[in-house]
Design a protein around this ligand. Sequence first.
Ligand code: FAS
Ligand code: PHB
Length: 389
Amino acid sequence: MRTQVAIIGSGPSGLLLGQLLTNAGIDNVILDRVGKDYILGRVRAGVLEEGTVGLLQEAGADARMHAEGLSHDGFSLAFDGRDHRIDLFALTGKRVMVYGQTELTRDLMERREKTNGVTIYDARNVEPHDFGGELPFVTYEKDGLSHRIDCDFIAGCDGYHGISRKSVPEKSIATYERIYPFGWLGILADVSPVSHELVYANHPRGFALCSMRSTSRSRYYIQCPLDEKIEDWSDDRFYEELRRRLPDVHAEALVTGPSFEKSIAPLRSFVAEPMRFGSLFLVGDAAHIVPPTGAKGLNLAASDVHYLFEGLRDHYLDHSNSALAAYSGRALKRVWKSVRFSWSMTMLMHRFPEGGEFGQKIQEAELDYLTHSTAAAASLAENYVGLPY
Ligand code: FAS
Ligand code: PHB
């Protein structure tokens, strides 16, 4: 088989890039090591920046998001028993869209099928080859047979644990990492959310986040030690602990009900540089990971796709390679600013026992500053709604 762009990974990065390329008449094939249902079974992000919304519109996969998504003008910081609203729209003129990554992925998959995009699921041992040379190709195994796809470019959209970054010679790549000493225990339940907007809570017992997927489906998280076991957390125990970390106004509004998803996610900051190696481009989680405190992971994948699509479109349609040459530098400039923001929100909102009383006092001072200074709140807000592409 031959294609112009071989995309490894059928998550949001791969699907969004694939659709933009297809719409531009640029041939592409997506390969994923698992099946469609497995991908759709993963519960991930929930908040979309306007840039991400715009790219889904450009991809023609935005109808359900606009019909079912929730447009939010603000969110709350809860601490010291009080709730402080950050008015995103008043401070930035922008909003965020609350719409689950699972649904966005489903919409992109359906759009790809409608436009006859080729996706090879359950592709085992996918491997990029000769991306430093003139004739790149990808190999994989399926149904006991080995296959090869010759291509012009390879987009590594295969996430943190994917093969693409691991295929780059160690001497050619630099990585930067911070691992946080806790995780997020999250549940999904078909109960109405405690508030019409998201609530990020800083509490001596630990961080909590009240999010949602709709007005009848809530997504809750609490900070937990990394060695916690899911089986030790009944729904009742989870709701009781969540309630203890919220101001009364939200604790009293908490509607409980059986969870249908419960998981613990570790938190890390990670960046690989550069994001281009010859004809191989790293995109999204394959190149960077952020703690979900700033709701940036999925949105950074989207801005990477924007930069890479511009480069590939200019290469094929305008015979210009300047945008492709600029991809890594442009993407990393935005990545590092979002990594900084996600790190700062994580340091602000979580309990760090090793930080001691001094660390606690610094958090309290910063929260006080954020909720009494328009300049400080505006800085937080412009990062949360998403910095310009
Ligand atoms: P993805 O990891 O989504 O997709 C990569 C795809 O590549 C997968 O389908 C995988 O099967 C495939 N793949 C991997 N290795 C392969 C190989 N060798 N061969 C072929 N295919 C391969 N972000 C937020 O903004 N908010 C959140 O709350 C949030 N929560 C998260 C919770 C968890 C547990 C995780 C892991 C991430 C979370 N994220 C969150 C970040 C997440 O949303 C990512 O940013 C987003 O999935 C990035 O999309 P992709 O880059 O497409 O990577
Ligand atoms: C979510 O709804 O899953 C979510 C929302 C905002 C975050 C993290 C996760 O910062």
